[in-house]
Design a protein around this ligand. Structure first.
Ligand code: 6GU
Length: 222
């Protein structure tokens, strides 16, 4: 999979070189490109934003710079992901969908976002365009949100994860989450013992216990 990110802060993407993602890139499973939006500025001050039509607080990112940057990256095989707190909420099924794509382009908005004509234009040209948010809170920009999405998506690509059994186990749960509590050695730590059932070797009973625990935990999230 090819992944491009367009941003005014390319340094935010340094973590792509670490851990499993870095290894996947090193062996050619993933290919990352990080692009500085300011390189496409036509303005002497390298300005990429301006005041909003209609008034209001903040600045809006100008369409011309985004057009230049995205024209250079998008092909008919691309999925353009525009990061915005107003987008569709990212979740595990979306990560599954995107993990089957061949080229993802992350457009990282800052300030009050990107001029909406950028979204309109690429949609009108037949591109797949997705406005995505990672949750109900406001970040300073789309960079961290892109990293979250990239990590969730790429670990689902065969060969990226060190241990594919972890994926198989996750997929048993319809939501794709491992929600039961986990324990490892030692059996007793600071007077707290590992639940007896996990030492029993009775896999059917262990599965039942874990399912019950997962339901108990899930209740606390609603
Ligand atoms: Cl994608 N961008 C920003 N700026 N804030 C967010 C977000 C994205 N997702 C949640 N909050």
């Amino acid at each position: 999979m090819k992944i491009d990110a367009v941003t005014i802060f390319p340094d935010y993407f340094a973590p792509l070189q670490l851990s499993l993602l870095g290894k996947a890139a090193a062996i050619g499973l993933l290919e990352f490109g990080v692009h500085d939006l300011r390189q496409h500025s036509t303005n002497v001050h390298n300005q990429v934003d301006d005041t909003p039509y209609g008034g209001g607080a903040g600045m809006v990112m100008m369409p011309e710079v985004w057009g230049q940057a995205l024209d250079a990256l998008l092909t008919p095989d691309s999925d353009l992901i525009i990061l915005t707190p107003a987008g569709k909420r990212f979740n595990q099924p979306m990560a599954q969908e995107f993990s089957r794509a061949s080229h993802l382009v992350f457009a990282c908005g800052r300030y009050e976002g990107i001029d909406d004509r950028v979204r309109q234009y690429y949609l009108s040209k037949g591109h797949r365009v997705h406005e995505v948010s990672i949750g109900d809170y406001v970040l300073g920009g789309g960079e961290v949100a892109s990293l979250v999405m990239i990590e969730a998506i790429t670990r689902l690509i065969p060969g990226v994860l060190g241990n594919p059994e972890s994926l198989a186990e996750e997929s048993h749960n319809s939501e794709g989450y491992l929600e039961y509590p986990n324990f490892t050695k030692p059996q007793k730590w600071r007077e707290i013992s590992v639940p007896e059932i996990l030492l029993s070797g009775n896999h059917a009973e262990i599965a039942k216990w874990r399912a019950a625990q997962a339901i108990e935990r899930a209740k606390n999230n609603f």
